[in-house]
Design a protein around this ligand. Structure first.
Ligand SMILES: [Mg+2]
Length: 250
């Protein structure tokens, strides 16, 4: 598939897409998720960790399993797991703010996390919320997380666009798979490294790589079930700052 050069919309995942996974913020949040289950639901740490992994596999995010099976309050969970010092982990990225200002298509945040977490991430990055038409979070999606197709239907309805008019930029292959196979979105995988932290210099010099080239083998696929299905990503980039070039916008 040839990626569209002038999409109507660019949908951005938030966590480990707009900032590098190497900063450790999501590891801290995963620890808070386990702690939440221990404190609020009385499970052992081992049981909580097993359920965290199982619910991610089966529901897309831990919260969806906890909400549906155990009646966990979404707001209470979101407040607890995101009570982290964002600015201690996320470095300001003025180049990202400038790039978003130059990208011509409309933009939206499409995240399984909460609105307040998204705003704190953007604030720590020094990225203006004014770049985005909306921050479409778990609540806006009707408590329906990516990769459930219903979440994508709801954001497309909210924005008034078709899937084939959108680019989805994500670090999660499962979420890209739904976007591409069900909605015909152009998909951009942001590899789980970034800002040079875990990438070889020769990889970092590759601005944008077609997913179907041999360089895919160097990508760190975040979701093991999808590792053998690289075609879900039309483009692979090492760093969010390479998006402009990847889309032919520079
Ligand atoms: Mg992510």
């Amino acid at each position: 598939m040839t990626p569209v050069n002038t999409p109507e919309f660019i949908l951005f995942d938030l966590d480990e897409t707009l900032y590098p996974s190497s900063n450790g913020l999501m590891n801290l949040i995963r620890d808070r998720i386990v702690e939440y289950m221990v404190v609020r639901l009385g499970w052992s740490r081992d049981e909580a960790e097993e359920r965290r992994q199982r619910y991610v596999r089966e529901y897309g995010v831990t919260l969806d399993g906890l909400h549906k099976l155990h009646g966990v309050d979404v707001g209470d969970y979101m407040d607890y797991v995101h009570a982290v010092p964002h600015s201690e982990y996320i470095e300001p990225n003025p180049a990202l703010d400038r790039m978003l200002g130059r990208l011509r298509p409309s933009k939206a945040i499409f995240t399984n996390a909460s609105q307040s977490h998204a705003r704190r991430v953007l604030s720590a990055l020094g990225v203006s919320t004014s770049h985005f038409e909306c921050i479409f979070d778990f609540e806006a999606a009707g408590f329906c997380p990516k990769p459930d197709p219903e979440a994508y239907r709801r954001i497309l309805a909210r924005l008034g666009v078709r899937g084939d008019q959108c680019v989805l930029v994500e670090d999660n292959l499962r979420n890209l798979a739904t976007a591409k196979s069900v909605f015909g979105m152009t998909t951009v995988l942001v590899k789980k490294c970034g800002h040079g932290a875990e990438c070889r210099p020769d990889t970092m010099r590759t601005a944008a790589t077609r997913a179907d080239t041999p360089t895919w083998a160097g990508a760190t696929a975040p979701n093991t079930p999808m590792q053998s299905e690289p075609t879900h990503a039309d483009l692979v980039i090492d760093d969010i700052l390479q998006l402009e070039q990847a889309l032919g916008e520079d």
